[in-house]
Design a protein around this ligand. Structure first.
Ligand code: HMH
Length: 211
């Protein structure tokens, strides 16, 4: 049987919980997160999303014809998202010309490395990256201000539909992928899960570093 997004989640529940349940997100929900911790995440996630946009561009470059439309819509949303990050950073007086933290750097290097992988691996990683935020921001329950709009960005029904479409495209690619590509897709899924957990954790470990 071919690998699917659903089977990956079922086979690796602990890894996926690590990616989507974290004190950063529960701290946003309860109000216990320090604003410096949130700001660290905000700046690093902007840097992440810039490189993620490049990755989606590369996935589009290898996608079959009938997957182009969804990916183009995703790129359109990312254009808006980058401007939104810039506005959020300006509201908080944050300097976006900050160097990436090692964890952000590692994640960006992983995304760059996907260019060498078959399309099925790229599509699986893309789905996992988006699904991690789609779930992570929703699991704690309704977020109080100032975090409501952050939870809505990745938890809104339109984004959820987009993530479902990415999952369907990854499943379609996996259904015709050979064993090697399927094994690599599973590795990529686990690497995304690990990097997502580390990315949340970065807000706690990096905040004390002066810039
Ligand atoms: C670290 N993972 C990270 N940042 C994001 N913005 C997303 C996933 C979703 O796009």
């Amino acid at each position: 049987m071919a690998l699917s997004c659903q089977s990956l989640l079922q086979t690796h529940p602990a890894a996926w919980q690590g990616a989507t349940i974290h004190p950063f997100l529960t701290g946003c929900h309860s109000g216990s997160l320090q604003s410096a911790q949130f700001n660290t995440w905000l700046v690093q996630d902007y840097l992440f999303v810039k490189d993620f946009t490049r990755m989606v561009g590369r996935v589009l470059g290898t996608a079959p014809d009938d997957h182009i439309d969804v990916l183009l819509a995703g790129l359109g949303a990312l254009k808006d998202e980058l401007l939104w990050f810039e506005a959020k950073a300006a509201e908080r007086d944050l300097d976006l010309a900050t160097p990436p933290q090692p964890t952000c750097q590692r994640y960006c290097e992983f995304m760059a490395s996907l260019a060498l992988q078959p399309y099925a691996v790229q599509a699986t990683a893309l789905w996992a990256i988006e699904y991690a935020y789609n779930q992570g921001w929703q699991i704690p329950g309704p977020m109080p201000p100032p975090y409501t709009e952050f939870a809505d960005r990745w938890g809104n029904p339109g984004f959820t539909d987009y993530v479902d479409l990415l999952g369907a495209q990854a499943d379609a690619a996996l259904s015709v992928a050979n064993d090697t590509a399927q094994a690599r897709a599973e590795q990529a899924f686990l690497r995304v899960a690990e990097l997502e957990a580390a990315f949340w954790q970065m807000a706690f470990t990096a905040t004390a570093v002066p810039n």
